[in-house]
Design a protein around this ligand. Structure first.
Ligand code: ZN
Ligand code: ZN
Length: 274
């Protein structure tokens, strides 16, 4: 099993120490990477990113990874992080990345035009005030800006906008947004940034992984070289959610292997069918 996106209790919105997540594999072999949120919640439920707090917390995450490697020798465990892109947080992220020896860094857009589109009380305000086209195009515009920054290895949940977009407008067709999506994929290919199959969508409103099959096919066609897979689970009981569907999606869209990372370099490939 490969799971290169999950959160433990060092993310403000997740539960279970790393060992509990590892324990769900029941002694099976696995290649896993814990990717806690860099940012954290303040006392009023707002996400904040302060370099000193992040560095201290991810030093604890690195300690937890070292301990879990000893306890679970059949698991290849990597230290990762998920960065939510906001331009004003970039200096703090750069300090974090310089201080902690991460194996793998995900980049995410959770907030568009000042509102959180991935959960919480702002979601309805965002979607109710916009047409489907306005919402999706604004999201893909921010995604492009994040890729132009480029301080990470793989784009997480490429079409996360469908999580609640699906609820407000129904299923979307990526073809409608092809002209907004292709430049993002092209920029990823040029920069060596990879794409993720994120299987949390299987148990959320969309009922399918992120991204849609067309996007995985276009990514291959424009030369994106790396694909990873992760459940984006936030509790041990969800650890493997949707991963089987995600592997099937990779195979169905013509991807032959998943990339593994170490010290932020792609170091190995594992056949999708393995
Ligand atoms: Zn995310
Ligand atoms: Zn996540």
């Amino acid at each position: 099993m490969i799971n290169y996106h999950f959160h433990d209790d060092l993310s403000a919105d997740a539960t279970g120490a790393l060992g509990l997540h590892c324990g769900t594999l029941d002694g099976r072999r696995g290649r896993i990477c814990v990717t806690n949120h860099a940012e954290t919640l303040d006392g009023e439920g707002r996400w904040i990113a302060r370099a000193d707090e992040m560095i201290r917390r991810f030093e604890r995450s690195a300690d937890a990874v070292r301990a879990a490697r000893e306890h679970y020798p059949r698991l290849e465990i990597r230290l990762g992080v998920e960065l939510e892109y906001r331009p004003e947080w970039v200096p703090a992220y750069e300090r974090l990345l310089a201080a902690v020896p991460f194996d793998f860094v995900l980049g995410s857009v959770h907030r568009v035009e000042g509102l959180n589109i991935s959960g919480g009380f702002e979601v309805d305000a965002f979607f109710l005030a916009r047409s489907e086209r306005e919402a999706y195009e604004a999201y893909f515009r921010d995604l492009r800006e994040m890729v132009q920054w480029g301080g990470f290895d793989v784009v997480a949940h490429f079409d996360l906008i469908k999580r609640y977009g699906h609820r407000h407008y129904g299923a979307y067709r990526p073809q409608r947004y092809r002209s907004s999506i292709l430049p993002v994929l092209g920029e990823m290919a040029r920069r060596g940034i990879g794409l993720e199959i994120n299987t949390s969508g299987v148990s959320q409103a969309p009922g399918v992984p992120y991204p849609e099959p067309e996007i995985l096919e276009w990514a291959r066609e424009v030369g994106v070289q790396h694909l990873t897979i992760g459940s984006d689970s936030h509790a041990p009981g969800q650890f493997a959610q949707g991963l089987a569907e995600g592997v099937a999606l990779a195979a169905h869209t013509g991807w032959t292997d998943f990339t593994l990372y170490e010290r932020r370099r792609p170091v190995a490939r594992v056949a999708v069918a393995a």
